[in-house]
Ligand binder design. Sequence first.
Ligand SMILES: Nc1ncnc2c1ncn2[C@@H]1O[C@H](COP(=O)(O)OP(=O)(O)OP(=O)(O)O)[C@@H](O)[C@H]1O
Length: 264
Amino acid sequence: MKDTRAAEAVIEAKGLDLVFQTGDGPVQALKDVNLAIGQGEFVSFIGPSGCGKTTLLRVIAALETPSAGRMTVNGMTPDEARRARAYGYVFQAAGLYPWRTIGGNVRLPLEIMGYPKSEQAERVKRVLELVDLAGFEKKFPWQLSGGMQQRASIARALAFDADILLMDEPFGALDEIVRDRLNEELLALWERTGKTIAFVTHSIPEAVYLSTRIVVMSPRPGRITDVIESPLPKERPLEIRDTPEFIEIAHRVREGLRAGHGYD
Ligand SMILES: Nc1ncnc2c1ncn2[C@@H]1O[C@H](COP(=O)(O)OP(=O)(O)OP(=O)(O)O)[C@@H](O)[C@H]1O
């Protein structure tokens, strides 16, 4: 599939293959993945379990090494990009350290990276405000709801102000109402900051609501089967999900999932 964004791509995969050697033989987690993500895009990856969504995100983050092909992040290798602090990573579970306060958790990457103390404090304050957690700095994770903990983990990923945010099913474990709210907040944050976001989800409505582009993947071998552009405006109240345009894109995503081996 030809991609016109290649020229200004911040994340670019070319002919990417990744094979895991397991006790049961080789597993082709990614096969011939070609994709270019442009500056400021919000790209979701959707597909059934085992289609390689997490593996692809992990390749971007230098946590997995491809068997063939090439991944570049800001024109660098993923490992160079990691060292250049090109991205923040948000996992499915909030993964906060229970013995550290919310502020202490958000500050951790800044401590590791050796930011001066005064700048640490200033950044922690700013990102907690950004995710609407001002005033919760001294609380411990167990004193916060699941949704608030996930917001704290987003704040932690934002703390060093990377241009790229990698998010692996960050809201998968939350109930629908909390998830709706965090979806709205994430969109507002994306609009305010202009970051490039790569987002893994199992949810069709979530993918359609959030994304400028939806990448549909299929398993065995893990590959991209469809890429759907969203014509929805940047400004998206939750009610947009009832519009014919939204329903039409959701339908196309569902069809894409079906064509690539059934989702339901
Ligand atoms: N470290 C590993 N060793 C061996 N096989 C692995 C490893 N990591 C992933 N796999 C396999 O690679 C394939 C893709 O896995 P991946 O976790 O990327 O899929 P996914 O689309 O994110 O799935 P899910 O939606 O369940 O999280 C699966 O078959 C998985 O079992």
